[in-house]
Design a binder for this molecule. Structure first.
Ligand code: ADE
Length: 241
């Protein structure tokens, strides 16, 4: 059996719209699906002498929309690790923020902790497993270099948040709410690959405006911010390896 060489950095980005400014900025070339006949797509180039592969989750063949959410995040991550053998995974994307904890549209976060706010199993032992709290270790120097805030990013399968989700997000003191990071962390931990989670706020979970309106209005600006932070990260001397 032949093994493909290790990739230095795997960038995992759910939405094509989030990925495009990074693909353009780093001149990443399409190299086809991550796995033959599956939707997730891969793009590659060498950046500052580092081999970089970016994967998107691809488009759902039935509903013709990008495959956001924790299920595609986990399956895509596992397939990409098996194929590309990355030394580091970086999950990049947009997130909700919390004005009650000082958050604002456009804030960048390099998450220090991850969890799930919509997985609840009130049975001893399973409670903590379902909550999935885990660290995303990196240096303060890297966070400062990217101009990012820290804190906890909590993952769930929904763009909106129910009152029970909101109560758990407050209990966790979440600074970001996304739909992928904690699922990717489970896979990265199994495969023992370090993970960074870089997010930019498009909407505020605790603001009365409908999340989808703020998300769509701020998506372009957030993706440009993510692309410039990613450019700095790819060239950084402060990576956790
Ligand atoms: N991505 C952008 N905004 C989000 C939110 N409020 N919840 C989950 N994922 C998001």
């Amino acid at each position: 059996m032949t093994h493909s060489p290790a990739t230095d950095i795997l960038l995992q980005v759910a939405l094509r719209a989030e990925a495009q400014p990074i693909i353009d900025g780093e001149a990443l070339r399409p190299i086809g699906p991550v796995v033959a006949h599956c939707p997730a797509q891969a793009f590659a180039n060498s950046v500052a002498n580092r081999s970089v592969v970016l994967i998107t989750h691809g488009s759902d063949p039935l509903h013709k929309c990008d495959r956001i959410g924790p299920i595609a995040a986990a399956t895509t991550c596992a397939a990409a690790i098996a194929r590309f053998h990355p030394r580091l995974i970086v999950n990049i994307g947009t997130c909700g923020g919390f004005q009650s904890r000082g958050g604002a549209i456009g804030d960048l976060h390099l998450a220090q902790r991850l969890a799930f706010h919509d997985q609840r199993v009130p049975i001893a032992g399973f409670r903590e497993f379902a909550r999935g709290e885990t660290d995303a270790p990196h240096s303060d120097a890297l966070r400062a270099e990217l101009g990012a805030l820290g804190g906890l990013c909590s993952t769930g399968g929904s763009l909106d948040a129910t009152p029970q989700d909101r109560a758990i997000l407050d209990e966790l003191e979440a600074r970001c709410k996304d739909m992928e990071a904690a699922a990717i962390a489970l896979v990265a931990r199994d495969w023992q690959v370090p993970l960074l989670v870089l997010k930019c706020v498009t909407d505020l979970v605790d603001n009365p405006e409908a999340v989808q309106d703020a998300f769509l209005r701020n998506l372009r600006h957030a993706t440009m911010q993510l692309a410039s932070a990613t450019a700095a990260l790819l060239r950084s001397n402060n990576l956790p390896w």
